[in-house]
Design a protein. Structure first.
Length: 201
């Protein structure tokens, strides 16, 4: 039952991540996600068989933390009213949504006790891992989109060339234990924010 609840939180987390990308793009002038039916919180529109089901199950069994991804929301940067602003806001939107969710779940973990506290602690951990993992500058992760916009054009060309191999690099990173460097940091964030509910004023 506990694993089922955590899987629900994972699906919720990857859906709000992709929805936030689409919403940010929409507000910057690109309605591609809306026209393709992806500007929705309905999980069916976003789930990916491998990233949303098989990968989370594998990681839950191996590292104890279900982690995955949804189908990327399609965007057309050429439709942004301001290209750089649109790219930055759209790329950062998913990670921002996960950070906010992680913060809220951490507070709930500190407010509650027992099994409920543990479940919200894991939900917060999932969101913080999603947030910071996606900021790694490997295409097609969000961090690479930010790098392309913020760094010189020649850097962007390098990222364009390696994007076709990016997903394989990411899988290699995950299966090689790439969460080892993120896990302690994200756990410390959860503990820190949950402790705010224990402060005495």
């Amino acid at each position: 039952m506990e694993n089922l609840i955590l899987f629900f939180f994972l699906i919720f987390s990857v859906v709000i991540h992709e929805y936030s990308h689409g919403l940010a793009a929409y507000h910057n002038g690109d309605d591609t996600a809306y026209l393709m039916g992806r500007l929705t919180l309905n999980p069916i529109a976003h789930l990916d068989p491998i990233g949303s089901i098989l990968l989370p199950l594998f990681l839950a069994l191996t590292v104890g933390v279900p982690f995955g991804y949804a189908k990327p929301v399609p965007i057309n940067p050429l439709r942004f009213r301001d290209y750089e602003k649109g790219m930055i806001m759209t790329a950062a939107a998913g990670c921002t949504a996960n950070f906010i969710a992680g913060f809220i779940f951490s507070l709930l973990s500190g407010l509650l006790s027992g099994l409920a506290s543990q479940i919200f602690e894991m939900a917060a951990l999932i969101n913080f891992i999603l947030c910071f993992f996606n900021l790694i500058p490997i295409p097609p992760l969000d961090g690479s989109r930010l790098v392309v916009v913020l760094l010189p054009h020649r850097i962007g060309e390098i990222f364009d060339r390696i994007e076709r191999y990016g997903i394989f690099i990411i899988y290699a990173l995950v299966f090689a234990g790439g969460f080892r460097f993120l896990y302690p940091f994200c756990v410390s964030l959860v503990k820190h924010f949950s402790s705010l509910m224990h402060l005495k004023f």
